[in-house]
Design a protein around this ligand. Structure first.
Ligand code: 0A1
Ligand code: ZN
Length: 879
């Protein structure tokens, strides 16, 4: 574990290194406890660097075994080696450096650098893991051409993979063998990868737009080859889509993907050798839900798209992380939108953004999309960098229009291919192709916080003028108390009584182009002339900007838009706003000791939407999924009592179920599966609608039997997991729930990924008891504190998706959590630090819980030998 030096890295301190490493040769002699790494680096002093400058290489916990310059072993006085740094005091201007280090992959539980997962050797080098393999200039602006030789025992590791194209392979003495790989594209060290082990292969090929044939391989645990078909299909569709949508062609002769079961994140875009968390590769109807199928497709695409946005053009430094991540998320979102339903995809994206990025932006961990400082870069793989980063790219397209945006992207690839670039470089291409000034827009990268727009409207029938009064504000965030005014592209529509767009004569008070109001000042009075009747206003259509809105809107208008807005996102939003308003009112009623009541108009509209055959089933399912408890808490903002929120939400579910019992029952019956299983979006949408109807119906008489039948007759994991969730959550402790949980465990006990779902379902059972359940489940045979997926399924779900148990009023949820975070941290600081972010919104709790949450944070902060990762998160959270 890297020691915490407390050092803060600052953007303004960036300067290029005095040296470059044009060539990197690596030889690995693999063994679980003592792998020998020989690095042969061609090093050159850069023009202009002082001749006296020493060469300082990064290391992390390394043991140096040998060092030579141009074939001559160095004397001890000529260098300085610590586990974390190697300094060569008087290096020549151009030389070959030979380094030998010894590392122990089998005991690497942090899963950074070279490690073992189920006896497979694999690597993870982003962000700073390469320095755990050998000493290097481990920073993204050092681009080098790699040649890698891997030696291993043939029976232990018949498969030897690295980046680039295979060059040669053969047998060695005493049962060893070797393979050599060469990657002609200069790359930063974080994209290096090696895999060696015994794996099953699924092979295919792809012919690129210029007619080159690329060999594709997906490698999985032997016996699981049958589960890689969906991933392979998604890969081929991604390759084709990037050619069509962005003109980007694949550039090597081979493209390999390896699935491993111990992985800190989702997947990694190493050049030509993507390494995946197996959760995002393996799928069939029996083991994966529709959500899993969609995630696999999106993550396969994401990593593949990095080949251009991240690999061919990489980041100058880690402050520019969003340059590759925000842009690549935008690309994978567009891919999924093209493959599935655009409207449904957009709603799902916004729900995710609000659930993860909004609380980050509104709490102590808020940071700009391009941060200016960090202590531990691992903690900046955040929803802000990824998801808000993607929204910022989307806004550039909204402002420029699709064609100019594409021209800008073409220029970006042309101008910066082979370089390590910055956000300034990225913005510049769009300024150059459009002739626009994006300097105010650039604040989206530099300024943290979610902007808010307050909007009110007036209509004057005499002057036939319709006026929108719009005011922007950006709330203060840590270390940024004063904010500058942003450029916010606000897509809108004026909707007439029949649902048609309302025509207007002219507009004054703001630039309005193609249905977008460009907000640039603190306050705009936008006046539309020639408007006879007061229209309803549909705002932030398509979620054109990642902001919050405070709109003075009559409930009548909101109901009208929920039924008639021609923009599918805005229509969904209108209904969601009605639900949120009703839930917040109910929350207040409960705190005041009253029983909540809901209008028949609202519960009736839920029924209407459910049965509206003009809407896609997936869309209807999303509309019926009420705002989550955490969403409601975020909208309330302060003095949160999670129990009252839970009660309010349950009351609304019941009210909707009761008001629509007959219609829901009939629709549920009609949606029963009739044809063969398909994971496609339309079939998944029907399952989603049927499963949410089950959730409602399960609260009515006969509900538990219905859910048990749904479980028993399920022919796929989506339906089975949905029914199990309903039984466990809504009928906790019932014989049906107990039987289903046991049946699921008996059936899937030997499948670790599916058992993850079983842990997840139980960790999210509402109510105080779940703390004890989760504590007991940490002792289950299928659970392991060393496996990130299992830790996330059980502990991550408990802390981020169980409001009533995690936030138990007596603080027991927090105490258990703090202990567990410290236990995970001993092995894997990165996973522990990410877990700990579950407490980031502690200040919005009511005072009693707030005090208990703070105690838990202090208990973590007082842990012994805290890693840089965890210390950074707890200290910022407490600050
Ligand atoms: N670049 C990857 C994410 C990633 C980041 C860090 C990792 O280290 C543990 C692993 C993966 C992506 O965006 O997919
Ligand atoms: Zn990425």
């Amino acid at each position: 574990m890297r020691t915490d030096t407390g050092q803060v890295f600052k953007l303004e301190d960036y300067r290029p290194n005095d040296f470059s490493i044009p060539q990197t040769g690596l030889t690995f002699r693999l063994s679980p406890d003592a792998t020998r790494v020989t690095a042969v680096l061609t090093i050159e002093r850069r023009d202009g660097a002082a001749a006296s400058a020493p060469l300082v290489l990064d290391g992390d916990g390394l043991v140096l075994k040998r060092i030579a310059v141009d074939g001559r072993e160095l004397a001890p006085a000529e260098y300085l080696a610590t586990p974390d740094q190697l300094t060569i005091l008087k290096p020549p201007a151009r030389f070959e450096l030979l380094l030998e280090t010894e590392i122990a992959p089998a005991s690497n539980e942090a899963l950074m650098g070279l490690y073992r997962s189920s006896n497979v050797y694999c690597t993870q080098c982003e962000a700073e893991g390469f320095r755990r393999i050998t000493y290097f200039l481990d920073r993204p602006d050092i681009l080098s051409v790699y040649t890698v030789r891997i030696e291993a025992q043939l029976d232990e590791a018949p498969l030897l993979l690295s980046n680039g194209n295979p060059v040669e392979s053969g047998a060695l003495a005493e049962g060893w063998h070797y393979a050599v790989w060469h990657d002609p594209f200069p790359k930063p060290s974080y994209l290096f990868a090696l895999v060696a082990g015994n794996l099953g292969q699924v092979a295919d090929s792809f012919v690129t737009m210029s007619g080159r044939e690329v060999e594709l391989g997906i490698y999985v645990e032997p016996g699981k080859e049958g589960l890689a078909g969906h991933a392979m299909d998604a890969l081929k569709r991604s390759m084709q889509w990037d050619e069509q949508a962005f003109g980007r062609e694949y550039d090597l002769d081979v493209f390999n993907i390896v699935a491993v079961s111990d992985f800190n994140m989702g997947a990694m875009e190493n050049k030509g050798l993507n390494i995946f968390n197996d959760k995002y590769v393996l799928a069939d109807r029996e083991t994966a839900t529709d959500a899993d199928f969609a995630n696999i497709e999106a993550i396969i695409a994401h990593e593949y798209f990095h080949n251009w946005t991240g690999n061919r053009i990489t980041c100058r430094d880690w402050f520019q992380l969003c340059l590759k991540e925000g842009l690549t998320v935008f690309r994978d979102h567009e891919f999924s939108a093209d493959q599935r339903s655009r409207a449904v995809k957009r709603i799902a994206e916004v729900r995710t953004l609000r659930a993860h990025q909004f609380p980050e932006d509104q709490g102590p961990l808020a940071h700009p999309v391009r941060p200016r400082r960090y202590r531990e870069i691992n903690n900046f793989y955040t929803a802000t960098v990824y998801e808000k980063g993607s929204e910022v790219v989307r806004m550039i397209r909204t402002i420029l229009g699709s064609q100019t945006f594409r021209a800008g992207m073409d220029l970006y690839f042309e101008r910066h291919d082979g370089e390590a670039a910055t956000i300034e470089d990225f913005l510049k291409v769009f300024e150059d192709v459009s002739g626009r000034d994006l300097s105010q827009f650039a604040l989206w990268y530099h300024q943290a916080g979610t902007p808010n727009l307050t909007v009110s409207s007036t209509h004057n029938p005499v002057t036939r003028e319709f006026t929108l009064e719009i005011e922007q504000s950006v709330p203060p965030t840590p270390s940024e108390s004063r904010k500058r005014l942003m450029h916010i592209p606000l897509a809108f529509g004026l909707v007439g009584a029949g649902g048609e767009p309302v025509a207007y004569g002219g507009v004054e008070g703001a630039t309005v182009e193609d249905g977008v109001i460009h907000i640039r000042k603190r306050r705009h009075l936008v006046r539309f002339s020639g408007v006879d009747e007061r229209p309803a206003v549909s705002l932030n259509r398509g979620f054109s900007a990642p902001i919050t809105l405070s709109v003075e809107q009559k409930a009548d208008d909101q109901f009208f838009l929920a039924g008639h807005d021609s923009d599918a996102f805005a229509r969904w939003q209108a209904f969601n706003t009605l639900l949120t308003d009703a839930l917040i009112a109910a929350f207040r009623q409960i705190l005041g000791g009253a029983k909540p009541v809901f209008s028949a108009r609202l519960t009736g509209l839920a029924g209407k939407i459910a049965g509206d055959e003009t809407l896609e089933p997936a869309y209807r399912a999303l509309a019926l999924a009420l705002p989550g408890e955490a969403d409601i808490a975020r909208d309330i903002g302060r003095n949160i009592d999670p129990d009252a929120i839970f009660t309010a939400r349950e009351a609304l579910v019941l009210a909707i179920a009761r008001a629509n019992q007959d219609a829901f029952t009939k629709l549920y019956g009609r949606l029963a599966e009739d044809g063969p299983f398909s994971p496609d979006a339309a079939s998944a949408g029907r399952r989603a609608l049927r499963n949410i109807l089950l959730d409602y119906l399960s609260l009515l008489p006969g509900g538990v039997e219905l859910a048990a039948r749904h479980f028993e007759t399920a022919t796929n994991m989506t339906d089975r997991a949905a029914a199990l969730t309903v039984l466990a959550h809504r009928h906790d402790g019932s014989p049906e729930a107990i039987k289903a949980l046991a049946g699921f465990e008996a059936r899937y006990g030997a499948d670790p990924l599916v058992m993850g779902k079983w842990f997840q379902i139980q960790a999210s059972v509402p109510g105080p008891k779940t703390v004890e359940t989760v504590r007991a489940l940490t002792g289950h045979a299928a659970f392991s504190m060393a496996n990130p997926n299992r830790v996330r399924s059980l502990i991550g779900t408990f802390s981020s998706a169980n409001q009533t148990s995690f936030h138990r009023a007596d603080g027991e949820g927090y105490r258990f959590f703090a202990q567990t975070v410290l236990e995970v941290e001993k092995r894997n600081p990165q996973v522990a630090a990410r877990l700990a972010t579950a407490l980031r919104s502690w200040r919005s709790l009511e005072p009693g819980r707030q005090a208990k949450a703070r105690e838990a944070l202090l208990a973590i902060a007082n842990g012994e030998n805290l890693s840089a990762d965890l210390r950074d998160i707890v200290e910022r959270t407490l600050a």
